[in-house]
Design a binder for this molecule. Structure first.
Ligand SMILES: [Zn+2]
Length: 219
């Protein structure tokens, strides 16, 4: 069972305090979509974590107008469906974003620094490292992930890997967590209720997992 930390609004230490186009992003709207994705994951029998990548092609000067992103990837966790424990929402989204970039002739060196990642749960160590490595601009996440979280819960990947990224001339993402965390936790609790021996769906879930060899304990 995932447990909640107190909601926090944590600015990663690499934050320069800059005021730029990223302050004009309608994050609540993007978050709403990420939660819809998490709920779709829950309905599909996956750990309910939703993720989307929002690409902002416009230049900085927008005269204070809200920036319109292009949603280039949206998905949820699929380790069970894919029988692959690494199919976390963020990793799936990276693959989708690369496909989008190829189809639209956008170089990845242009794409990643103009992309915000919205995810309902703190990225795990694997996903946090992947997001730092590719150099997205922002990562906004909901609740903390005390068992696997790589953004401060069990490791602080952005802190330790971010300076290496910058030393290699890459953008280090700014990680911000803690928005709508209660809601994200409630979704996780709803999923894990299925693992409660007293829950009616327990037998079905265990049987299904044995057959597939997959685990739901991936986050
Ligand atoms: Zn992950």
């Amino acid at each position: 069972m995932e447990e909640a930390k107190e909601p926090l609004e944590k600015e990663e230490s690499h934050d320069t305090g800059e005021k730029d186009m990223w302050d004009l992003v309608n994050y609540p709207l993007l978050a709403e979509r990420a939660f819809d994705l998490a709920k779709a994951g829950l309905a599909a029998g996956e750990v309910p974590i939703g993720c989307l990548f929002a690409y902002f092609p416009d230049e900085v000067s927008t005269q204070g107008k809200e920036l319109q992103p292009i949603i280039i990837a949206e998905c949820y966790n699929t380790p069970n469906r894919n029988k692959n424990a690494t199919c976390h929402a963020e990793i799936n989204a990276v693959d989708l974003a690369i496909e989008w970039a190829k189809e639209n002739n956008v170089p990845l060196s242009t794409l990643w620094p103009r992309t915000s990642v919205i995810v309902t749960v703190e990225p795990c160590v694997m996903c946090a490292a992947a997001l730092v490595y590719i150099g997205v601009r922002h990562v906004r996440y909901g609740c903390s992930n005390k068992r696997f979280g790589g953004c401060g819960s069990i490791a602080d990947v952005p802190l330790h890997e971010g300076s290496k990224a910058e030393a290699n001339g890459r953008v280090c993402p700014k990680f911000v967590g803690g928005w709508r965390s209660e809601e994200a936790i409630m979704l996780l609790k709803e999923f894990y209720k299925g693992e409660n021996p007293n829950a009616p769906s327990h037998k079905v879930k265990k049987k299904k997992n044995r057959e597939s060899g997959a685990t739901t304990d991936n986050k």
